[in-house]
Write a protein that binds this ligand. Structure first.
Ligand code: DAT
Ligand code: MG
Length: 150
C-alpha cells in the first residue's frame, strides 16, 4: 500500500468543498490515515513549494496558500499517488478533464482547489512536512476485500 499527501487549498475550504472532495476519495476506496486543518505559515509554504522558488508565480502561490486555512490529509491505497493525481486532473483547471476534481470545481490555475503529491519522493517529503508520525493511524477497514481482490 502507498501513501500520498493531499491538501484542500484555501479556495476549496472557502468554497465549502472539503466534504465533497473527501467524499470523492472515500467513494474511490482510498483510506484516510491522517487529517487536519491548519493555516500554512510563509515558512512552511516556502518549504512545501521549494521546487518553484524563483518562478514568476511563486510569490502569488505563497500568498494564496497562506491566505486562509487548508485541510491536509494523508490517503492510503494501492498506487494512490498516481491515482490521486488522475482524480485531481491537470494543474490548470481550464485544461483538466471534466469529472476530475479540478475539472469539476476550478477555472483558474492560481485557484486550483487541491494539491496532491506527484511522486513517491514528494509524498514522503510532504507527509513529513505536515504530519508527525504519531498523527498517522494504522488501521484496517472491514470492507477492504470488497475494494481489492488481493
Ligand atoms: P501541481 O499542483 O499540479 O503539482 P505544480 O507542482 O507544477 O502543479 O505547481 C504547483 C502550483 O503552482 C500549482 O498547483 C498552481 C501553481 N502554478 C503552477 N504553474 C503555474 C503557472 N504557470 N502560473 C500560475 N500558477 C502556477
Ligand atoms: Mg506539484
Amino acid at each position: 500500500m502507498e501513501r500520498t499527501f493531499v491538501m484542500v487549498k484555501p479556495d476549496g475550504v472557502q468554497r465549502q468543498l472539503v466534504g465533497e472532495i473527501i467524499r470523492t476519495f472515500e467513494r474511490r476506496g482510498l483510506k484516510i490515515v491522517g487529517l487536519k486543518m491548519l493555516r500554512i505559515t510563509k515558512e512552511l509554504a516556502s518549504r512545501h513549494y521549494a521546487e518553484h522558488q524563483g518562478k514568476p508565480f511563486f510569490s502569488g502561490l505563497v500568498e494564496y496558500i497562506t491566505s486562509a486555512p487548508v485541510v491536509a490529509m494523508v490517503l492510503e491505497g494501492r498506487n494512490c499517488i498516481s491515482l490521486v493525481r488522475q482524480m485531481m486532473g491537470a494543474t490548470d483547471p481550464a485544461k483538466a478533464a471534466p469529472g476530475t476534481i479540478r475539472g469539476s470545481f476550478g477555472i483558474d490555475i492560481g485557484r486550483n482547489v487541491i494539491h496532491g503529491s506527484d511522486s513517491p519522493e514528494s509524498a514522503a517529503r510532504e507527509i513529513s512536512l505536515f504530519f508527525d508520525e504519531s498523527e498517522l493511524l494504522d488501521y484496517g477497514l472491514s470492507l477492504e476485500s470488497w475494494i481489492y481482490e488481493q
